[in-house]
Design a protein around this ligand. Structure first.
Ligand SMILES: Cc1ncc(COP(=O)(O)O)c(C=O)c1O
Length: 399
């Protein structure tokens, strides 16, 4: 008898963390590893968060309500007013990060065996949340040479069948950094209306948009109000990943009402973190201006560094803090591993995430990697030099 379930056996480990043991080994040998593989921002969490912790005056650390504490729900309502979205408390569910919001959404709108379609490459945990909910992720491919923008309506429609319940997308995109245009989102909205689908809008990187682009949220389409469920989080917006505070939001009160059953089973989200998160609304606008300017500088360093490497193909991303690049190697995972096990330059090396795991389609993206720019400018510039030397060195020995 197998000790664990077929379901858990079928689930994958995170491809982003797959190479971590090799990085640990390299560090044990004294090699400094620049982490361009993960989306853990290094920007300081605003002071408002830590000040908010002091707002908890209780003598007992109580369960919070399952929807979230009033102060946090109200602060999300205020935040969304800034995006011209009129949420009421019943439109909001505070969750343990955007992660739980994704799982709860899938569980609420899909039955076991249902399907969701997702532009690939996508945030790999989508497959795991879907597996938890018994749902199949059906990818449609977007390409580096198109800047990872959406394919034609026909190509997307070809993936829709009787089991399809939703289109899910991250905008700005992780891992691609794509920011979808209003026209692209309109097209998805039209498909959703024609085929009676939900739209799961993962907008956790909403604030990270560059080049003066205007961001369009799926929540801004009045005729899609009943179909859109937004996934949100303070993790990236306020560099507060460890707080584990996110939310699901929808103007469809039937969906949100049913979701409450799930929220009640896990009782609540940590109470003190909610108090802290509620005070983030008082963060000065300058925090976002400075943070965006810093990410923009990093984006330029990373992109310029990649462009200088012969054979690398990538478009400049316009959002989030990632870039997917095609490398002049046959097997990007073998290369990324070798960078950790066999290569260093003056005792330093670079860790990147092989991108094949972001596609969910066998044989696609084998020569691609995702790089994140959650590292200060000087270190990033150094990392890009080492990365370029690594590629040149690897090409000499690649079989
Ligand atoms: C696209 C996307 N959605 C959701 C999440 C979940 O983040 P959290 O659970 O920290 O809110 C992440 C984290 O990296 C992400 O990249």
């Amino acid at each position: 008898m197998s000790k664990t379930s077929n379901r858990i056996n079928a689930m994958q480990f995170s491809p982003i963390r797959k190479l971590a043991p090799f990085a640990d080994e390299a560090k044990k040998k004294g090699v400094h590893v620049y982490h361009l593989n993960i989306g853990q921002p290094d920007i300081e969490t605003p002071k408002t968060f830590f000040e908010g912790i002091n707002d908890y005056e209780g003598k007992v650390l109580k369960y919070a309500g399952s929807r979230g504490i009033d102060e946090l729900v109200e602060s999300f309502i205020k935040y969304y007013k800034g995006w011209n979205v009129d949420f009421k408390p019943e439109n909001i569910m505070v969750t343990n990060g955007g992660s739980e919001a994704i799982f709860m959404t899938l569980f609420t709108i899909c039955d076991v065996g249902d399907e969701i379609i997702v532009p690939a490459p996508f945030y790999t945990n989508y497959v795991s949340f879907a597996a938890e909910a018994g749902v199949k992720v059906v990818p449609f491919i977007t390409k580096a040479e198109d800047g990872f923008h959406l394919p034609t309506k026909e190509e997307i429609l070809a993936k829709v069948n009787d089991k399809t319940r939703a289109i899910m997308l991250s905008n700005p995109g992780n891992p691609t950094g794509v920011v979808y245009t209003k026209e692209e989102l309109r097209m998805l909205g039209d498909i959703a209306k024609e085929k009676d689908l939900y739209l799961i809008a993962d907008e956790v990187y909403r604030e990270f948009v560059y080049d003066g682009l205007k961001y369009t949220s799926l929540l801004s389409f009045k005729d899609l109000e009943d179909r859109v469920i937004v996934i949100d989080s303070i993790s990236k917006r306020y560099s507060a990943c460890g707080a584990r505070i996110g939310m699901a939001g929808s103007l469809n009160t039937e969906v949100m009402g049913q979701m409450m059953k799930l929220a009640q089973t896990r009782l609540c989200v940590p109470t003190i973190e909610q108090f802290a998160a509620a005070n983030l609304i008082n963060t000065p606008a300058s925090y976002f201006e400075e943070t965006n300017a810093e990410y923009d500088r990093r984006r330029n360093i990373l992109f310029d560094g990649l462009k200088k490497i012969p054979g690398v193909i990538c478009e400049k991303p316009t959002g989030a803090f990632y870039i997917v690049a095609k490398l002049p190697v046959k097997d990007a995972e073998a290369f990324a591993t070798w960078m950790l096990t066999d290569f260093n330059k003056d005792g330093k090396t670079v860790m990147v995430a092989p991108a094949a795991g972001f596609y969910g389609v066998d044989g696609v993206g084998l020569d691609e990697v995702r790089l994140s720019y959650c590292l200060n400018c000087d270190d990033l510039a150094d990392a890009m030099k080492i990365f370029a030397e690594g590629i040149a060195e690897y090409k000499k020995i690649e079989k």
